[in-house]
Design a protein around this ligand. Structure first.
Ligand SMILES: Nc1ncnc2c1ncn2[C@@H]1O[C@H](COP(=O)(O)OP(=O)(O)O)[C@@H](O)[C@H]1O
Ligand SMILES: [Mg+2]
Length: 274
């Protein structure tokens, strides 16, 4: 059976002005149901890629396919309905005076009937653990709670693709863990949901299905987490972080202790403590 592709970039180039190239001939495929993480330094072009995928920016050359259709001026608005986006700063995405209004906002835009709206808002606030906050003012919520509400608002519209642009980077470790656990839970419930997460969290990348490394507008690495992070030297050259146990593997090897090298932190600890 042919694998379904949720998003495909074919030789995409883009510049914010004519004499600049911010995205340089990038191609990649994201399968349906995949959890992709995009990593790279600030300014490397990750958010620009997200804006191109959502059709908020128009590429200079190349094609973007969303769920098998090439994006054009004529279908961009329809294709965009398949995509939900959650940004870095939860304060930039609130408009309503209550959590309920916020989750309902996108549904109103989609002209969902008033009588169906309540059930949908209930269902999604429940999913993200914010049902008891429906009448609260969004401004009084913690960062993690605001992101939960943003996720509920995005998912309530049944997107097939969810893009998270550094959605956990402003949260403390506990808030971050909470959001990532929530995403993994939602993903389990809906196996076809495709996630594109732009992140600096190396553990999140390691736990994803597919990792793409961007540097200076170019795609540098593209593969499974193991394929990408086994290129440790390349990552270090790019001054990008690698998972802790990979760093430890390198140090062990340098000290002549290669026999302790392991595929996870857990197995490393087991070998060391045997
Ligand atoms: N609205 C804009 N106008 C002009 N240049 C921009 C704009 N947004 C981003 N850029 C530039 O494009 C490059 C990529 O930015 P961005 O995609 O935001 O990177 P990232 O999300 O990886 O931090 C950077 O050099 C940035 O300065
Ligand atoms: Mg960005």
């Amino acid at each position: 059976m042919e694998e379904k592709i949720a998003v495909e970039l074919k030789n995409i180039s883009f510049g914010y002005s004519q004499d600049i190239t911010n995205i340089d001939d990038i191609s990649f495929k994201v399968k349906r149901g995949e959890y992709l993480t995009l990593i790279g330094h600030n300014g490397s072009g990750k958010s620009t890629i997200a804006r191109l995928i959502t059709g908020l920016l128009l590429q200079r050359s190349g094609d973007i396919n969303i769920l098998g259709e090439t994006m054009t001026d004529d279908n961009v608005l329809r294709l965009r309905k398949n995509i939900g986006i959650i940004f870095q700063n939860p304060d930039n995405q609130f408009i309503g005076s209550s959590v309920r209004d916020d989750i309902a906002f996108g549904l109103e835009n989609d002209c969902v009937a008033e009588d169906r709206m309540e059930a949908i808002v209930d269902e999604y606030s429940q999913k993200v653990g914010m049902k008891n906050f429906l009448d609260k003012e969004p401004t009084n919520l913690s960062g993690g709670q605001k992101q939960r509400v943003a996720i509920a608002g995005a998912l309530a519209r049944h997107p097939q693709i969810l893009i998270m642009d550094e959605s956990t980077s402003m949260l403390d470790p506990k808030g971050k863990r909470g959001i990532l656990d929530l995403i993994h839970r939602i993903k389990k419930e809906d196996e076809n949901l495709t996630i594109i997460s732009i992140t600096h969290d190396i553990q999140e990348a390691y736990d994803s299905d597919h990792v793409i490394v961007i540097a200076s507008g170019k795609k540098i690495l593209d593969g499974t987490p193991d394929e990408v992070f086994n290129n440790s030297q390349r990552m270090i050259d790019l001054k990008l972080d690698i998972p802790f146990f990979k760093k430890l593997n390198i140090e062990l090897e340098n000290k002549g202790l290669a026999k302790y090298k392991s595929n996870s932190l857990e197995s490393l600890v087991n070998k060391l403590c045997r």
